[in-house]
Design a protein around this ligand. Structure first.
Ligand code: S3P
Length: 172
């Protein structure tokens, strides 16, 4: 199958490593990547934490969808890294489908994601408390399951190795 122009979306829970895998994937495939959260922060000129804390999650989701639409319509990037909640919104899933991108779910254990969340410098307002975050993780599993491809992120694999596997299986 000739997949050389196929665009892909990376989804998965906070802390699973979407942005890092997207960066490696773009390097391996010699293509552009775009990070939805980064685009939101650049467009809004404030951090995600500021948007979520000041405007609330409902407004954040509107901004997220507006920016996803913009990326899907106008960005040349073949790799799109989503924020962890973007794929859980039906409108976003429909947009991604309409634009014929393949979605790859980076699937991992809660323990792995939580470890990355607590060790990260990034402030994640939706992952402040372990019990609440675990609940969110469990609720979202069934929605991430709707992705076209599921990649189990084993803790012994590096982000580069994960990207290489995705490149080999989805693109070649
Ligand atoms: C969110 C995940 C974040 C970011 C925002 C909301 C979520 O992205 O979009 O804080 O709802 O899971 P990461 O998955 O990159 O942390």
């Amino acid at each position: 199958m000739e997949n050389s122009n196929q665009r892909i979306v990376l989804t998965g829970f906070m802390g699973v490593g979407k942005s890092t895998v997207a960066r490696h994937l773009a390097f391996i495939l010699k293509c552009e990547k775009v990070d939805l959260d980064t685009v939101i922060e650049e467009t809004e000129r404030r951090t995600l934490a500021e948007i979520l804390d000041n405007d609330g999650e409902a407004r954040f989701r509107q901004i997220e969808t507006e920016n996803l639409r913009k990326i899907l319509c106008s960005s040349e990037a073949r790799i799109v890294a989503l924020g962890g909640g973007a794929w859980t919104i039906k409108e976003n899933r429909q947009l991604i489908k309409q634009h014929r991108l393949i979605t790859v779910w980076l699937e991992s254990s809660f323990a792995h994601c939580w470890l990355n969340i607590v060790n990260s410098k990034r402030v994640r307002p939706l992952a402040k408390d372990k019990r609440q975050t675990r609940k969110l993780f469990d609720e979202r599993e069934k929605l991430y399951c709707l992705a076209d491809w599921h990649f189990i992120v084993k803790p012994d694999l590096t982000s580069f190795e994960i990207a290489k596997k995705i490149a080999d299986e989805v693109f070649l």
